[in-house]
Design a protein around this ligand. Structure first.
Ligand SMILES: [Zn+2]
Length: 336
């Protein structure tokens, strides 16, 4: 089931109350999206599918036109999530790390909704939750941009559910900065921020040698500070978690991280499986007269091989985060 922005708030609150985190996978392709939903179905976990600019612009979706890519991505996910196979899986769609001159246009479309293909109906397909990349913004610019987007959504009558971030790659965010940033948005747009992504000591990518500075203790401190400011239980989003070990991931979920982003390690698993496929099938692919050439050469060949290796790893990660067995139970809490 595809969750709208208000249902997404309920899921995030459910995750925080029950101390589990939802795996948020940066999915690059139709095959990757399918694999992630399949993993969620197999272990009855909620799942967040997220896209950054490179997926929206990328070959599988936008082909250079990010808003077309967003439309295509949303249409695919809406169809998949409503299918008989995946209707019991709570599915959120999140825009992640959008930055640059097209940020407002792309995120306005994500918030207010893109036009339905064929019928032209406006605003039907929209993102569940939205965040922007604050890595090149000052605090004032970060607050102003988020408030601008909240204004746009409000004018369109669209509910907005945001993840706000600061310094996700830059060490440990001081609690005073958390208060300053969240407080500034809350003063102008109370109730729109439902995830907070401070620096907790992680780094994006896989190049770093371990995470000696990952500070689980900061999670509860941030949640308490936001509760004091807003009266809401707002969980944390964890970026740069690809290299974190299982113990830290589990501890983070128990401490109040509700969304764990997963990109680099996911890419590594998928690309290695594809490399393995092409290496082991090399002789068959080199001989078009081979009776297995066609089935080996089809996209289905490599995609099925990648899925067989990748899906169990996604399931394992969902289990580490405590999300397994939570999907259907959450859906039963939603009013019909
Ligand atoms: Zn990130």
């Amino acid at each position: 089931m595809f969750l709208d922005p208000l249902q997404s708030r309920s899921l995030l609150a459910n995750a925080l109350a029950n101390r589990y985190a939802i795996l948020a996978i940066n999915a690059d392709s139709h095959a990757a999206v399918t694999d992630c939903l399949e993993a969620a179905r197999q272990c009855d976990a909620p799942v967040i599918i997220e896209t950054s600019l490179w997926q929206l612009d990328g070959h599988a979706y936008g082909g250079g036109d990010a808003i077309f890519g967003l439309t295509r991505y949303l249409a695919e996910l809406a169809v998949l999530a409503a299918s008989e196979r995946y209707r019991d899986v709570p599915v959120m769609f999140h825009t992640d790390h959008i930055k640059g001159p097209r940020t407002v246009a792309i995120l306005s479309a994500a918030l207010c909704g893109v036009r339905m293909p064929l019928t032209g109906e406006a605003g039907v397909l929209r993102a569940s939750t939205v965040s922007l990349d604050a890595s090149t913004l000052t605090d004032e610019e970060n607050v102003a941009l988020l408030c601008q987007l909240a204004d746009i959504a409000k004018a369109a009558g669209a509910p907005a559910t945001f993840e706000m971030e600061s310094e996700v790659d830059a060490g440990h965010t001081p609690i005073e900065r958390t208060k300053k940033l969240i407080g500034a948005v809350e003063a102008r747009h109370p109730g729109v921020v439902w995830m907070w992504a401070p620096g907790l000591g992680t780094q994006h990518g896989l190049a770093s040698d371990g995470y000696p500075e990952f500070r689980v203790d900061l999670i509860g401190e941030n949640i308490a500070a936001i509760k004091a400011l807003t009266g809401r239980d707002v969980g944390l989003a964890l970026h740069g978690a690809s290299g974190l070990d299982e113990a830290n991931l589990a501890a983070a979920s128990r401490a109040g991280v509700v969304k764990v982003n997963w990109s680099s390690e996911s890419l590594l698993l998928r690309s290695r499986a594809a490399m393995d496929y092409y290496q082991t099938k090399r002789d068959t692919l080199a001989d078009p007269k081979h009776n297995a050439w066609k089935s080996t050469a089809m996209d289905n060949g490599v995609q099925s091989h990648v899925a067989a290796h990748y899906v169990p790893r996604v399931v394992a990660r969902m289990k580490i985060l405590g999300g397994a067995g939570r999907g259907l139970a959450f859906l039963k809490t939603l009013s019909p």
